[in-house]
Write a protein that binds this ligand. Structure first.
Ligand code: SF4
Length: 232
């Protein structure tokens, strides 16, 4: 599998924020969100090739039960065998007693994943790339309602929406309505921020939005504590 990095830190986002976790970051992502905080993971040609056993062995370097498989976009690894490799990786990690979270934009469905938590972050129009040449491809693939429905039907999940502006709320509510069957207690709103200053500036606006809607506030501890330094 194409690996960008494996490291130990705290889970920064979602309902498990603050839990010490080992991160397995797969390389590659077909989206090019303008505020992406892991652009260094886009280029799979710079990734290292790891066997599944090597990933499991590396993860075991840290005495930690919680594992986060992230990206890039881990459900669309450039390796075409992802539909076999990802379930096998999750299965082997699970067999070694790990709790597995998979972080995805929700643009591809992979069945038979023994994961404990599917952390889905559907992309809104606020993520459209700055480069006009990338806009059409991004717009065509950033949101797939049928994939989102499959993910929430098959896995325990959380839905994290990235909020950039007040005006994002109607789009979030419309997306939830269109997906249908969403457990509203699993919805989180997270400020769009790649720096500590940006996070502190936008958090009060998102907090008020959460109080109005009842959705949970989603922090970004990796930004707050380490200002998005790589490997955190
Ligand atoms: S989907 Fe995630 S990894 Fe891919 S470009 Fe968007 S924010 Fe970055």
């Amino acid at each position: 599998m194409k690996i960008n990095e494996i490291f130990y830190s705290l889970q920064g986002e979602g309902f498990l924020a603050g839990v010490p976790s080992t991160f397995v970051r797969l390389a590659g992502c077909p989206l090019r969100c303008k505020w992406c905080d892991t652009k260094y993971a886009w280029d799979e040609t710079k990734a290292a090739h790891y066997s599944i056993d090597k990933i499991v062995k590396t993860v075991d370097n840290w005495p930690c039960r919680f594992v986060v498989i992230t990206g890039g976009e881990p459900m669309i690894n450039p390796d075409l065998t992802i539909k076999h490799d990802l379930p096998e990786l999750v299965h082997k990690l699970k067999n070694s007693g790990k709790h597995i979270t998979i972080e995805t934009a929700g643009i591809a469905f992979v069945p038979d994943l023994a994961c404990d938590l599917m952390s889905i972050s559907p992309k809104l129009s606020n993520s459209v790339p700055a480069d006009p040449k990338l806009v059409a491809a991004h717009e065509n693939s950033r949101l797939d309602l049928s994939v989102l429905r499959e993910l929430i039907d098959h896995y325990n999940y959380q839905l994290k929406f990235v909020v950039d502006l007040q005006d994002d709320l109607p789009q979030i509510q419309q997306t939830i309505e269109e997906i249908g069957n969403v457990d509203l207690e699993k919805v989180m709103l997270m400020p769009q921020a790649t720096t500590r200053n940006e996070l502190l500036a936008k958090s009060p606006m998102v907090a008020e939005m959460c109080k109005r809607t009842g959705f949970a506030f989603c922090n970004r501890l990796q930004v707050l504590l380490w200002n998005s330094k790589r490997g955190t």
